[in-house]
Design a binder for this molecule. Structure first.
Ligand SMILES: [Zn+2]
Length: 393
């Protein structure tokens, strides 16, 4: 009899715990978390115009956007990286979003070009390799804020925002959120153009540290040019900042509607197959073998020669020279891993040469990435690059 009552008590406790988990996970929790990141702040004014400062424009638009979401979307939790004029380190901004397990990250900025007062229009960036000098310049300017942080060399592992060589860390990065980020960015640009009547400068990719370190779909918006007096005036006005905030808000609604739908479908599919939803996606560096057959790579052994290669294709069968899928690449090798054949080219002990090969084939194989071998053994590419760079010094 005694044991029966213990079971009953245990059953009660489990039922209670179950309800609690259900409540925090489902009904009571906000369904969607968005992090709004007004760029710069405090001692960092951002770009400076004739009368306005970037940090103030960014904050005003951010707060208005957050207000619109909070008022109208009861199921959305809005988190700001800053709500006042304070300095926040760049890595802290991404951390805030990661800790909150945010579904979306919106970084708000205002553009500027030196000695040019006619450049105009709004653009939206996602994380990626910049294909033009102009995009790289924007990334360099926005990343430059880390130099105002006390210990930026340690925090960002020696990253120098002004040196093009530093941007190597972006070369072997893979962003699994790219599709969602680009889709959101395109919606924003549509709103900027149609609703806000801004000059549409389009969606671009560039190497932003703040986007690299956040592990969710993320965009960086450049509202307009503070270096253009007309746009400076517009963005500084109540009407201008409200219109821009509304444009972002409408884009957010569109993205969320689409995203929530997809998330529900994924959750249903996952619960049917018994896996947990939303745990696999990560912005990560390509230390392993790409989309299929991910395996852990071995550590680099000192004193052994390392060969870098560009992996551009996988196939379940061996492909012959001239196969259409190779898109004209004739000088290739392959290795077998996880039951599939993986095609590589550009083998070299000189990482920079392999990097050039990757750039050369980027138009044919956009998601090609670099891997490293010691003998037949695939090794951790991050370690291999580190070792290569050390040796060169
Ligand atoms: Zn900025």
């Amino acid at each position: 009899m005694k044991s029966k009552s213990i079971y009953r008590k245990l059953l009660f406790v489990f039922a209670f715990l179950g309800c609690l988990i259900f409540c925090t996970d489902g009904l009571c929790a906000k369904e969607f978390v968005v992090v709004i990141d007004p760029g710069h702040g405090g001692k960092d004014p951002g770009a400076v115009g004739k009368t306005a400062r970037e940090k103030n424009i960014n904050l005003k638009v951010a707060l208005k956007l957050g207000d619109l979401i909070t008022k109208n979307c009861k199921d959305v939790k809005v988190i700001y990286t800053r709500k006042t004029d304070v300095f926040i380190p760049l890595d802290r901004r991404a951390q805030i979003a990661n800790n909150a397990k945010a579904d979306l990250f919106i970084s708000i900025h205002t553009n500027s070009v030196k000695n040019n007062n006619t450049a105009r229009g709004a653009s939206t960036y996602t994380l990626g390799l910049s294909r033009t000098a102009e995009n790289l310049a924007v990334a360099k300017r926005e990343n430059g804020v880390i130099m105002l942080e006390n210990d930026y060399k340690t925090t960002y592992a020696g990253f120098d925002p002004n040196s093009s060589e530093s941007y190597i860390i972006f070369e072997y990065m893979q962003d699994q959120f790219m599709e969602n980020s680009v889709s959101f960015a395109s919606t924003i640009q549509k709103e900027f153009k149609n609703r806000c009547k801004r000059n549409d400068r389009g969606v671009h990719q560039a190497e932003f540290l703040v986007l690299k370190n956040s592990v969710m779909p993320s965009v960086l918006v450049e509202l307009g040019f503070i270096s253009n007096p007309t746009e400076e005036k517009y963005l500084s006005s109540e009407a201008g900042s409200s219109t821009m905030a509304n444009g972002l808000y409408q884009a957010f609604l569109t993205y969320k509607k689409d995203h929530s739908l997809k998330r529900r479908t994924t959750a249903q599919a996952s619960s049917a197959s018994g896996t947990k939803a939303g745990t696999s996606a990560q912005k990560s560096q390509a230390t392993s073998s790409g989309k299929s057959g991910q395996t852990a790579s071995a550590n680099v052994s000192a004193g052994q020669p390392t060969v870098f290669k560009v992996q551009f294709l996988t196939s379940s069968a061996i492909l012959k020279k001239g196969d259409k899928r190779l898109k004209g690449i004739t000088n290739f090798e392959y290795y077998k891993e996880g039951g599939v054949y993986k095609y590589t080219c550009g083998a070299s002990q000189d990482y920079n040469r392999t990097l050039r090969t990757r750039k050369e084939i980027a138009s044919k194989f956009g998601d090609a990435f670099i891997i490293a071998f010691q003998g037949d053994k695939k090794v951790n590419v991050n370690q291999a690059i580190e070792a290569f760079k050390k040796k060169k010094k």
